[in-house]
Design a protein around this ligand. Sequence first.
Ligand code: ATP
Length: 441
Amino acid sequence: MQTQANPARTGADLDTIVALCKRRGFVFPSSEIYGGFGGFWDFGPLGVELRRNIKDAWWHANVQCREDMVGLDSSVIASPRLWQASGHVETFTDPLVDCRACHRRSRSDELDAGRCPYCGGEVTAERQFNLMFRTSIGPVEDTAATAYLRPETAGSIFVNFRNVLNTTRRKLPFGIAQVGKAFRNEITPGKFIFRDREFEQMEIEYFVRPEHAETAYREWIQARLEWYVGLGIRRENLSLYEQPASELAHYSRGTTDILYAFPFGVSELEGIAMRGDFDLAQHQQHSGEDLAYYDDVRNERFFPHVVEPSAGVDRSVLAFLLDAYREEADRDGTRTVLGLHPRLAPYKVAVLPLSKKEPLTDLSRQVSRELREHWMVTYDESQSIGRRYRRQDEIGTPFCVTIDFASLEDRSATVRDRDSMHQERVPIADLRRVLHEKLAG
Ligand code: ATP
């Protein structure tokens, strides 16, 4: 869906999040020392943890906790015949125009009153630009060797439908999930990590009897909405957009986008589509292989229908960061807090010795070593304890464990809560259990 004007939203603005991501090591421009590379990003020490946690939470909810789901991890480059059958070679295009004045390229649906959005100049007639990145396989670069970096992960799920069916002996309804990189040569990448040329998707193809497609579609929309809310996104910043028939892709019998109120407008976070039997039928026709499902109870052979919830990791990272960010007045000025759900927080615990001196640091390192077995733990002994708390608040660490001189005597530490700033004394021997309970909420 195109970005829509933004109603009153709650959360940080984009510049604040971009600056935080750079300053604290969530996201860096790709190849920054060479001036960056449009549409590509590198995820730093905190970004890599946040991404991993988002993907793990998605896998946990959609595969581990469901009896009717299995996973797949397919190659990024597949036979080009796959993309011919799916229609991507022919139709995975955006309308492109060139500016006659500044020679920049835009999508014709992004023009400003029919003129170049950069300089207001006149533009050329539109033509279709295929978004798939091409590459060449093997040592001879001719057109016969052309292959594509996948523009979505879903395609390989369909071509493995029979493999999964045969090896798992699944019965309908069941789904196949995949998380992985996808590549699109976007004409105008931008809005930070919202529209990239390399990104990651979390996709499901859920196979059902045709008459059950509509119910499954409604259930998935609800489940996916609840997933975001359960991980802390404010419900008022999320909305659903059911595409009218005139907007639907030719294969789709219904598509609903989950939208997030980004600072630049209400835009798509995830799409959930009812794809009918389009994909299995196409791949059967192009490959000549039988991809139908046999129902041995009813003695019927048919193509299952498919519901496809397709989410973006990068857009989720951005939405979770924007939604979690808050600034609060406190006695030292302003406290910046990244109120991430503990499950998503890059570090779960920070261990902070009150002083840099031994034997405090020895004990602190020992505590941090023990806790590291269970969670991502960070250790920080530089500057005042107040500043160290602020640093952890800003990156979303839910709990700080402070070791002070009394700890040497009473073998206890202070556990501080990021959100309430409440502090409590906990025996070191109980830290693991207490933190486990607190992190589980
Ligand atoms: P848009 O209309 O914003 O281009 P789309 O409808 O083409 O998105 P889908 O093909 O439905 O997107 O892809 C499913 C999900 O993959 C999107 O909801 C989004 O989260 C993610 N995604 C798609 N394209 C990009 C991109 N260029 N950069 C980052 N994430 C993307």
